[in-house]
Structures are given as structure tokens and as C-alpha cells.
Design a binder for this molecule. Sequence first.
Ligand SMILES: Nc1ncnc2c1ncn2[C@@H]1O[C@H](COP(=O)(O)OP(=O)(O)OP(=O)(O)O)[C@@H](O)[C@H]1O
Length: 353
Amino acid sequence: MASIHLDQIGHSYGTAVYALEKTDMHFEDGKTYALLGPSGCGKTTMLNIISGLLTPSDGRVLLGGTDVTRTRTAERNIAQVFQFPVVYQSKTVFENLAFPLHCRGWDRSRIATRVAEIADLLGLTSRLSQSARRLTADEKQLISLGRGLVRNDVAALLMDEPLTVIDPHMKFDLRRRIKQANDQTRHTVVYVTHDQNEAMTFADEVLVMSAGRVVQRGTPQQLFEAPRNLYVGNFIGSPGMNFVRAERLDGDLRLDGVPLVGADRCRGIAPDAEIVLGIRPEHIAFAQGEELGVPASIVSAQDHGSLLVVDVAVGSDRLRMKVRRDVSFPAGQARLRVSSDQVRLYVDGVLVN
Ligand SMILES: Nc1ncnc2c1ncn2[C@@H]1O[C@H](COP(=O)(O)OP(=O)(O)OP(=O)(O)O)[C@@H](O)[C@H]1O
């Protein structure tokens, strides 16, 4: 395994607009990273620069400290898994999984042991002697994944939306299995996805991208708890963070007249700055009994499985809150309890506290 360093990397596909703006990015040896963002934000461009499928317009790629910017993909000692299965149709499942190990000159018994481990992990043991041609698209993609995971001596494992063709029912289980495999091998993994669930459950660190830039990188918890700007707050979470303008009175920040955040958290913020409160739907509840709460009216409720997402109006603002199905709440007017310590403050769209 190796660290990956993108040293002042940038890329343009021949136009004035950079698909990947100049950036310096370090991926630690043995950690799992997700590149997360909407279509066209530059995830695949970054991945292809790491794999060598693309030569960057600017900067250098270092694998384990060695400059590989001009080194061909085949010589970078990396494993890749793509969106669609790449299998040798004429070979059996066993032969497919064994292929990368044969190429490295492993002996037969070592290959058999390692292939058995990976097949077990991916639930392919009973299929090992079958021809790959007969498998479903799901199963073929499992083989591609298996081939990516089977070598534990690669510098890095690069995956580009590898679960796209996988049946949604299997995705959860498969994510768990890939994670489990990786916890054993401690590959350096860079995983491209536009699915935040995939990114947040799979990666040690997530890089949220927008328009050719990494706008925030952090652990799933950091991205959830302290989004650096409104874009990340919106993008992470389902539904995303609520943003409402705060009223500033006697130093406190209020929502519809109710104090939410104390003056101590506004220290250093210009007195005339417009402060926006970022509140996660998970951090709003209905106030109980005599408890002081923010007055609100219920607009609608949507079913999200075991939870309801309730749309509420507070003055002229709309907020969404997540409520357990078994919590009863009033049909019209309500009062909201907001977890003050979880409220984030933004000025000019950027997190300040
Ligand atoms: N070969 C190419 N030639 C010209 N422009 C390209 C090429 N490949 C990508 N682009 C452009 O570069 C930008 C970034 O594309 P990229 O594929 O890296 O984004 P992405 O986040 O991976 O998107 P997706 O999830 O849709 O694959 C987009 O505007 C895209 O249109």
C-alpha cells in the first residue's frame, strides 16, 4: 500500500474552464476515501489522474513518494474497479479471481487460499467453478470487485461508482463486505460516488466536490456536524441542513423571538454581520409541556420509513425536522425545541462557529 499525493494537480480538457482546479491533496496510506459530488464535479477526472488514465495539465502525482505522473497505468501497481463489470467471459469465476495473482507469479496453493478468502467474503464460493458468462450483471460486478480486492500488495485500490449495477437490496450488504475486506487488507482506497450513503458508510474520510474543487474533506461525522459552507450542509444529510436567518437581539441569536444561541458563540462576528443558522432536521423536536419553544405551524409530513420528515413554517421560513413515527404531534400549531449546541452559525455562506 502507498500514500497518494496530488501535488498542485489541475486538469483542463482543452477549454478555459478547469474540470479539476489546481489542488494539493494527500491520501494517507491504508485509509479509505470517498470522492463525493454531483455529476460533472470532477470526481472521475481526479480518479483517472491517480490511475494514470489521464495525464494532468498541471502538477505531479506521487505514489508512495515516487513521481508517477508520466508512468503508464499498468506500471503503477494499482487495482481498479469500474462502474460496469469487466470479466473474462470464457474463464470460470475462480480463474477470474485468480488472474491478477497468476500475473504476479503466485504459486497455486497461495492463489487457492486467497481466492477462497475473497470468494467467501463476496458470497461467491458456490460459483467458483461456473463460467463467468452465465452470471448475472450483479454477480459479474462481484467478480470485478473480487479482482480488485484479491491482491493485497497493490499501491492503491481505485473504484469508480462500483455499485451502480448492483441490485439496491444487495448494496448495503456489499458495502459492508467491501469494508470488511478492506479492513483486513488496509488498501489505500479512493472510491468515487454520488451517493452520500455509500460515501458516509464506507469511507474514513469524504471529499465533497463541487465544480472542480474539493469544498470540504472530513470524516462523515465532521461533515454532518460542521459543514463548512451552505453547499455541504445541503448536500450532506437527507434531507439536508435547514438554513434560517437569525435575529440578533441583546447579543443573542433568536428564531422568531426565541433565544437559541448565546452571545458567547457570536464573539468575533461583526455586530452588523448577517448570521444564518444551520440546523439539522435531526436536531429539532417538539417542545414538551411548559417548555419554551419556537412557535411553528405544521405544513406537511412525509413518510421516510421509520421516520417522518415534517415540514414546518416558522415565521416566513420553512424548516424540515425528522420525527420518529411513534411520536404524536399536533396537526396545526406546535412549538419546536432546537438543540442549541448543535446549531451552526454561517456568515456569507461560510461556517464561523
Ligand atoms: N474527455 C472529456 N473531454 C471533455 N470534457 C470532459 C471529458 N471528461 C469529462 N469532461 C468534463 O469535465 C467535467 C468533470 O467531469 P468528470 O467526469 O470528472 O465529473 P464526475 O464528477 O466524475 O461526473 P460523473 O459522476 O457524471 O461521472 C465535466 O464538466 C465533464 O463534462
